[in-house]
Design a protein around this ligand. Structure first.
Ligand SMILES: NC(=O)c1ccc[n+]([C@@H]2O[C@H](COP(=O)([O-])OP(=O)(O)OC[C@H]3O[C@@H](n4cnc5c(N)ncnc54)[C@H](OP(=O)(O)O)[C@@H]3O)[C@@H](O)[C@H]2O)c1
Length: 256
């Protein structure tokens, strides 16, 4: 039995991962702001779920929360940094406050939680740190400037962290394409309000459950970077090998 800590476990990808791990008999620490949704997960998978509510932008709380968790479970085998918020607005219409909010949650909160858990993994000389980035962590698209910047920042941080750690601690960057969750409903628009509607791209995408199963196999295989999605995944290779063609295509790509 492993202990897996998942942020953003109240919805979408994080919830699906929590269910898959709990069903397989692992112990899952579930975190997000929506305590009620986390408690609902616990009511279904009882002894396998530990609820630790947290807001990723309140990172001064994390030291105490991590110590509390370690006191209860001894160690964390897998940390899945999944909680995050997206964006649906052009750069020219997006306030700097939206950029800051997205970085607070996606970047600073994610790094702060990782940094509190890391000493315990180093003590064990074992563990997996998995961070859910995005394909837009590898290339930019319209309507995602702040979000794409936040995901790119995560790659820089976690690639550097990997280079500092012993091989026994695996650092995996996961870049999803479109997955059917509420990410577009919860995405921020230029003035900081939420979009409040499901995009076609998400509505027609793979289920969170299918995504979770694929990701778990990549975590077990101790990969460093994975792309999981539909044909949008080819954007990574197009940008790398044919950048001028990529630039033409991405201007017209349907990203919502
Ligand atoms: N779905 C996609 O197409 C897609 C594609 C690429 C990358 N991703 C990434 O996948 C991850 C999961 O997103 P999802 O698709 O499952 O979307 P989602 O259904 O909107 O779930 C987002 C999760 O993040 C949590 N969260 C948001 N703000 C938070 C905060 N301040 N503190 C703590 N938790 C917070 C939410 O919980 P609370 O609201 O309860 O706090 C929720 O559990 C995100 O990092 C997203 O960027 C998704």
């Amino acid at each position: 039995m492993k202990t897996v800590w998942i942020t953003g476990a109240s919805s979408g990808i994080g919830e699906a991962l929590a269910i898959e791990y709990a069903k397989a008999g692992h112990r899952v620490i579930v975190s997000a702001r929506s305590t009620e949704k986390l408690e609902k997960l616990k009511s279904k998978y009882q002894q396998n779920i530990i609820v630790i509510p947290l807001d990723l932008s309140e990172y001064s709380d994390f030291k105490a929360l991590v110590q509390e968790a370690i006191d209860r479970v001894g160690k964390v085998d897998i940390l899945i940094n999944n909680g995050g918020i997206s964006q649906r607005s052009y750069a020219k219409d997006t306030s700097i406050d939206v950029l800051k909010k997205i970085f607070e949650v996606n970047v600073f909160g994610t790094i702060a939680l990782t940094n509190e858990i890391l000493p315990f993994m180093l003590k064990e000389r074992a563990g997996s740190i998995v961070t859910i980035s995005s394909l837009v962590g590898k290339f930019g698209t319209p309507l995602r400037s702040s979000y794409s910047a936040s995901k790119h920042a995560l790659h820089g941080y976690f690639d550097s962290l990997r280079a500092e750690l012993p091989e026994q601690i695996n650092v995996l960057m996961c870049c999803p394409g479109f997955v059917k969750t509420n990410v577009s409903v919860n995405a921020l628009v230029g003035d900081g309000s939420v979009q409040g509607k499901m995009d076609n791209a998400q509505n027609n995408a793979m289920s969170a459950q299918d995504f979770a199963k694929k990701l778990i196999s990549k975590i077990e295989a101790k990969k460093s970077e994975v792309y999981i999605g539909g044909k949008e995944v080819f954007g990574v290779y197009l940008k790398r090998y044919l950048p001028s063609i990529f630039e033409k295509i991405i201007r017209k790509a349907k990203v919502n």
